[in-house]
Design a protein. Sequence first.
Length: 181
Amino acid sequence: MKMLIRLFLSFAYIGAFTFGGGYSMLPMFRRVLVEKNGWLTDEEITDFFSVAQCLPGIIAVNTATLAGYKQKGIAGGISAALGAVFPSLAIILIIAAFLSSFMQNAIVGHAFAGIRVCVCVLIINTVIKLWKQAVVDRFAIIIFAAVFLSSVLTSLPMAILVIAAGICGVAVSSLRKVIYK
C-alpha cells in the first residue's frame, strides 16, 4: 500500500509542477522516475514514452500507467494514472469556477507566454540527455534521421513512425547477429 501511495504522490507531483502537456512533462518524469526514485532507467523512460505516444489517450497518463504497472502491476498503473491526472483535474475545476474573469487577465497571458519558453528549454535539455542514451551508433543515427525527416516532411501518424523505427531496430540487430556470428 505504501508503494501505491508513493506512486500516486510522485505522479501527482509531476502533474502539479509541469505545464504544457506530455512532452513538457518528460524532464520531470526523468527526474522523478530515473534520478530520484530509480524506478526506471533512461532507456525504459524513452521506451515507455515512445509506446505512450502510440496509444490512444494522453501521453503523460499513458506513461504514468506504464511506469506504475512496472512497479506494482495493475494497482500501480491505476495509482500512477490517478496521480498524474489529479492535479490537472483539481486545477481545471478551480479555473472553471472563475473562467470568464481568469482568461481576461493580461498577467495570466504573459505568465503563460513565459512558461511556454521555459518548457521548450526543458524539452531540449531532456532530448539532449536522452539522445546520449538512445543514439549510440551510426545505425541509430540513420534511423533517427529517417524518422525525424519523415515526421517533419510527411503527415504520417507517430504510431507508424515508432513501429517503423522498431522494425528497423530489429532488422539491424538481426543483421548484426548474422554478420558477427
